[in-house]
Design a binder for this molecule. Sequence first.
Ligand code: CP
Length: 306
Amino acid sequence: MGFDSARHLIDLDHLGDDEVGALVDEVVALSEGGGTGGLVGRSVAMVFFEASTRTRLSFEAAARGCGTTVTRFDAGTSSMVKGETLAETVRTVEAIGADYLVIRHNGSGSAERAAMAVRGASVINAGDGWRRHPTQALLDAATIRGALGQIRGVRVAIVGDTMHSRVARSNAALLTRLGASVVFVGPSAMTPDWSGTLGVEVSHDLRKGIAGADVVYTLRLQLERQRGGAVPSLGEYHRLFGITRERLGWANEGAVVMHPGPVNPGVELAGELLDDPRCLVHQQVAMGVFARMAVLRMLERERCDG
Ligand code: CP
């Protein structure tokens, strides 16, 4: 692998089942008022090469909640525009003074490359290309636990562009591991061929796909990652796969709606649902702060004990 996986959070797959379970427990406990601090004197650098509102701001809030200083790196005005490599950039940020580098990049595998480049800092993957978004999966698992009381036995329908979605990949991996059943629902041109490897079911029919679901997890169309032609139009996509109040009735009674954000109202999700009590979009955002605090505290324990 070329780096110490315990010092970084590149993916939740690097953690054992007990560690993942304990991490979800810690997120829930923090959300219920389970404390702050733990990293006083540490510094966190936010190294984002891709747009973000939720992940960036919640990592910053989490870092401050843990007692660290926070430095922001602006890719657009950095020396990367003069050709500096990712590896040299992260080593430079580390040398200036960062114990933790939170990195988002549109290239799959970028977080690993950063972890291989740094010498003593810990790298946290805040989303790399199509591949992984581990802290999103963690906050989603904790949100489901908070809303439904459990994850084991829960049925989650992930609706939309699962092929281009790092959120779908990370969520499917974590939720199946925690005992949920997952179905990907969407057009065949947007469904990945690896679904079966995680034990994920597939449906190309919205009504059938969300029947029996406790969670209807909608995804933004990743238009920036598609090569075109996957859907004839946004209106057609909404007609076939958009979630509305009426269609939510096809899922189980008491089903909740989730979305990682940002939402395109009227495309994957009817705008009216954003104000519906069954919609957990803003609870997810709030849980993001606690998920990122739990990750920082876990890595700090590793740095102190390891
Ligand atoms: N869910 C998510 O990653 O949102 P941002 O792109 O706003 O960080």
